[in-house]
Design a protein around this ligand. Structure first.
Ligand code: AMP
Length: 233
């Protein structure tokens, strides 16, 4: 299945993506994790993106599209978390899928009020050992995760507010974009984590069966390489 998870930071996309990945066997692909991996490895791209990411600002569309499509090229299913985040990115993903004769199965918009999202983000911690995300309030780290559990720079209060503002202006319009294409399903994400997972699984079970088997490889990889070459020049 090819699923996009849409929603503000802190609404539970990462947590639900991890759970869905375990349940339906599709890989969880987080562009935020890809960006953080570039930063941690101190690649030239990582160095360019570091300040912007820590302030909670979006990376340039060309960079993210190239990173995401390169990562997706050999996969036939995925749960996308944090991509696309702008209309330009959504169109680039559609173009890559169309070139491969493929399509998305569903876009799940996870919803919660801003106040709740802010509260959740302030309690969020990520394990440096496993990369898993926890919440001190309602999803604390289990004993078998050695940690340490760190708060991300972009989860500090000023950065949280900036990210929410960016979400409402740049990303929320994607709901209309996907609703027009009949792909949008809205999920109330204010309840307990298990209830949200169940609501998502119910939506996925109700989707019409679709045979989506071809990877994006050839065409998408070529497009991503062209974009990367343009950036490098
Ligand atoms: P996230 O963990 O999804 O909140 O992503 C962390 C940071 O990575 C964001 O604040 C952006 O700087 C960058 N990033 C991740 N995904 C995207 C995207 N689709 N578009 C632009 N920037 C992104």
């Amino acid at each position: 299945m090819r699923i996009v998870l849409l929603g503000p930071q802190g609404v539970g996309k990462g947590t639900q993506a991890q759970r869905l990945s375990e349940r339906i066997g599709a890989p969880h692909v987080s562009t935020g994790d890809l960006v953080r991996a570039e930063i941690a490895a101190q690649t030239p791209l990582g160095r360019t993106l570091k300040d912007r990411t820590e302030r909670g600002e979006l990376a340039p569309d060309e960079v993210i599209v190239s990173l995401a499509l390169t990562h997706l090229a050999d996969k036939t299913s995925w749960i996308l978390d944090g991509f696309p985040r702008t209309l330009t990115q959504a169109r680039a993903l559609d173009e890559a899928l169309a070139n491969a004769g493929e399509a998305l199965d569903c876009v799940l918009a996870l919803q919660a009020p801003d106040a709740e999202v802010v509260e959740r983000l302030s309690g969020r911690r990520q394990s440096e050992a496993t990369g898993r995300i926890y919440n001190l309030a309602n999803d604390p780290p289990p004993p078998d995760d050695p940690g340490p559990f760190v708060q991300r720079e972009d989860d500090h209060p000023d950065n949280i507010r900036r990210r929410l503002q960016i979400y409402h202006t740049a990303t929320e319009p994607l709901k209309g974009y996907y609703a027009e294409r009949g792909l949008l399903r809205e999920i109330d994400s204010t309840g307990p984590i298990d209830a949200v997972t169940d609501a998502i699984l119910a939506v996925l079970n109700a989707l019409p069966a679709r045979a989506s088997k071809a990877p994006l490889s050839g065409t998408a990889r070529a497009a991503a390489q062209t974009r990367a070459d343009k950036l490098a020049s």
